[in-house]
Ligand binder design. Structure first.
Ligand SMILES: *Cc1c(COP(=O)(O)O)cnc(C)c1O
Length: 220
């Protein structure tokens, strides 16, 4: 199967309300163009430099998602065009995104990243850290960012129950935050969870955005 066929196959088997971000990190522009020519427009990258180069070289109607950890000093490169920043994990980063969004006369959509895996290496907030962020005066002043949901990565584990529980935990966090901080806000509706190995489970547990790389583009 070629890249477009793989995308079509995944799109066909996921529900309509779930968005597929085709994760093209480390892959050449030709691969992305192949998917583009097949009609696909939603791609994700995890490094700001690579994302910016690809944005410059490729058709401008691509919807680009920044899915990886983002350093404050790199926000300026992607602020002019990025569609959604998936991994916001501090008020400092959010303030910088707000500043760069303002410079570009934009409001940038963001997700709060939560630490749901048992592995130490994964980034993300705890629920109490997120609440602190959402209640801070600093946050309330930000006019050029919009928090539209949550994101997380499950443990890299063959234990399906564990992975399922981690996704369920993120869904619980989402519902808790929606009820407490976003109850008048219809735009807080996204749960970005699920990758090549676990997106089916993630969808069963309420994912609205899956980020799939190797199942589409091959191994890295
Ligand atoms: C690389 C990456 C993915 C995609 O991983 P695959 O296993 O190749 O599908 C999803 N999310 C994030 C944050 C990533 O860095």
């Amino acid at each position: 199967m070629n890249i477009s066929q793989k995308i079509n196959e995944i799109v066909a088997c996921i529900p309509d309300h779930v968005k597929l971000v085709a994760v093209s990190k480390t892959k050449p522009n030709e691969d992305i163009l192949e998917a583009y020519k097949g009609g696909y427009r939603i791609f994700g990258e995890n490094k700001p430099q690579e994302l910016t180069l690809k944005y410059n070289d490729l058709p401008k109607d691509i919807e680009w998602h920044m899915i990886g950890h983002l350093q404050t000093n790199k926000v300026k490169y992607i602020a002019p065009f990025v569609k959604l920043i998936h991994a916001v994990d501090s008020i400092k980063l959010l303030k910088e995104i707000n500043k760069q969004a303002e410079k570009n006369n934009r409001v940038i959509d963001c997700l709060l990243q939560f630490h749901i895996a048992t592995e130490q290496s994964k980034f993300g907030l705890s629920l109490s850290e997120a609440e602190e962020l959402l209640m801070s005066d600093n946050f309330k002043e930000l006019q050029n960012v919009r928090i539209v949901g949550v994101m997380g990565m499950a443990s890299y584990s063959p234990d399906e129950n564990q992975v399922r529980n981690e996704f369920r935990n993120l869904n619980d966090i989402f519902k808790f935050l929606r009820a407490k901080y976003f109850n008048t806000d219809d735009t807080f509706k996204e749960i970005s969870m699920g990758m090549s190995g676990d997106y089916r489970l993630a969808i069963e547990e309420g994912s609205t955005i899956v980020r799939v790389g190797s199942s589409i583009f091959g191994g890295r």
